[in-house]
Write a protein of this length. Structure first.
Length: 151
């Protein structure tokens, strides 16, 4: 049975004894919070999140060639730039440039003006597939056609 006391010192001792587990729990939660915040700041400062690599672009130059079909638009002129998967692939592309240029010309020769106007995305995908067949040390991740003119 609980003893009721009027002595202030005895009351204070009872309050301190009953609040001990609560203070311990609050202390543990505070330590966990501090460790979590420290871990987050440590990861950010050590560079755990890496920036995307710089693109490696290779300019294949200008192309002027005939189109397939009998439409009024018989020629295409464009500038082609390749987006390479790595810097090391650049040397291989330089060595294979005549072959890669021939692939682009052959592909453009097989296209009609309507094909190019309707879907440049398909033209890009076909060009990348053809060019990647000839590469061993990486791949072309995108191809850019600029100044695309048909006449």
């Amino acid at each position: 049975m609980a003893k009721i006391t009027k002595d202030p010192e005895e009351r204070q001792a009872i309050v301190v004894k009953s609040s001990g587990p609560i203070l311990l729990a609050i202390g543990i939660v505070a330590v966990i919070c501090i460790l979590t915040v420290g871990l987050v700041f440590t990861r950010q400062s050590t560079g755990a999140v890496k920036a995307p690599p710089d693109p490696v672009l290779y300019d294949l130059g200008d192309f002027t060639t005939n189109l397939s079909g009998t439409s009024d638009l018989k020629y295409v002129k464009t500038d082609v730039t390749l987006d390479l998967s790595s810097k090391s692939l650049e040397k291989e592309v330089q060595g294979e440039e005549p072959l890669l240029r021939d692939c682009i010309i052959s592909l453009l020769n097989s296209e009609t003006s309507d094909d190019i106007m309707l879907s440049r995305t398909t033209l890009k995908q076909d060009a990348m597939a053809q060019l990647n067949k000839h590469l061993n040390n990486g791949e072309i991740t995108n191809i850019y056609f600029s100044d695309l003119i048909m006449q």
